[in-house]
Design a protein around this ligand. Structure first.
Ligand code: SAM
Ligand code: SF4
Length: 322
């Protein structure tokens, strides 16, 4: 294997794949008000995602050169990808057994056990509020109760479940304690995310931004907290609460974590991105059988990583794969 490492010692060890742009939710931070699809500088972009075989070919080539440790399937909403189980099977055959998923959990109740037995042992689930009205306003979906049955089914199936909540000022900052208490009662970790300036938020004033410090202040009004040592390349810092819970904060703005980022991303059209903060993508399909050129292309993507901090991007999370 060729050494693919930048001057900060960063490598591509984890691949996140946005399986499709489609989603049954239209979360306010992910989809613009006019529901217009997100601006990208990549042409041509079709809404037709790659087939499992096309994804597998790209994954196999990148794995050959980088020795990927894990793959996260995301989107859009990955549970809407029709050939999900075929793709999981292909990834297993490539030799990558650590396969994870990020989902809004709407369709998880029916699929949790099957996913677990197919090899998906870890799932991150987005849940932005316990209060139904608040959750519906954020997700622009009337039936958010299915998210909770999805979460509970995943726990029951034996999956390692983590919850993700994007905190927005005046929208769901009232939900920090209810979400933390829900996660604690269920025995799972929850991570609060600082809002990232992506997609339609890129050029906007960030009035909804709610910083790590204020999240910590709110939690400390109810619980004593103790910091847990951060692991290498973790996006989140974690704390243990006196209530027996564990929560994290993904603080792109307040506590940036670019310095040891090990993630590579691929969108549903097979375009690869080295950094969330850089909308430049590379279509690598032409280089699959040429290790020299493929290595050069991957090196180029590695160079796009920010040294310190995320600066936002015109690409939406739903395209690049959050
Ligand atoms: N549909 C799935 C879901 O919601 O979990 C997977 C895709 S979604 C793009 C992945 C993650 O990105 C979610 O946890 C979502 O909250 C997060 N996300 C999307 N846009 C964001 C933004 N502007 N700032 C912070 N997090 C964002
Ligand atoms: Fe869909 Fe996830 Fe984006 Fe919400 S955050 S609109 S669930 S892709």
């Amino acid at each position: 294997m060729i050494k693919l490492e930048d001057n900060l010692g960063r490598r591509f060890e984890k691949l996140r794949i946005s399986l499709l742009n489609d989603c049954n939710f239209s979360c306010v931070y992910c989809v613009s008000e006019d529901f217009g699809n997100v601006k990208t500088i990549q042409k041509p972009v079709t809404d037709q995602p790659l087939s499992p075989e096309e994804f597998a070919k790209l994954i196999e080539a990148v794995h050959r050169l980088t020795g990927l440790k894990s793959i996260r399937l995301t989107g859009g909403e990955p549970l809407l990808y029709g050939n999900l189980f075929q793709l999981i099977d292909h990834i297993q055959k490539i030799g990558i057994s650590d396969i994870r998923l990020t989902t809004n959990a709407y369709y998880l109740k029916e699929k949790a056990s099957k996913l677990f037995y197919a090899g998906v042992k870890s799932v991150n689930i987005s849940v932005d509020a316990i209060d139904k009205d608040i959750f519906s306003k954020i997700s622009r979906h009337p039936n958010t109760s299915r998210v909770f049955s999805g979460i509970e089914a995943a726990v029951k199936a034996g999956m390692n479940v983590k919850l993700n909540a994007v905190v927005m000022r005046g929208k769901n900052d009232s939900q920090i304690i209810p979400l933390l208490d829900y996660a604690t009662d269920l025995g799972v970790k929850i991570r609060f995310l600082e809002l990232m300036k992506m997609g339609h938020l890129y050029h906007s004033e960030n009035g909804l931004f709610f910083p790590e410090k204020e999240i910590l202040d709110i939690i400390q009004e109810k619980y004593a907290i103790e910091n847990i040592q951060r692991e290498h390349a973790e996006t989140s810092n974690y704390w243990r609460t006196s209530g027996g819970g564990i929560f994290g904060i993904i603080a792109n703005e307040s506590t940036p974590f670019c310095h040891d980022c090990n993630r590579l991303r691929m969108d549903s059209n097979g375009i690869f991105y080295g950094c969330l903060s850089n909308a430049h993508g590379e279509k690598l399909s032409a280089y699959m059988d040429d290790d020299f050129l493929l290595t050069e292309k991957l090196r180029g993507l590695l160079r796009l990583k920010q040294p310190v901090k995320f600066h936002g991007s015109e690409l939406s999370m739903r395209n690049i794969g959050g």
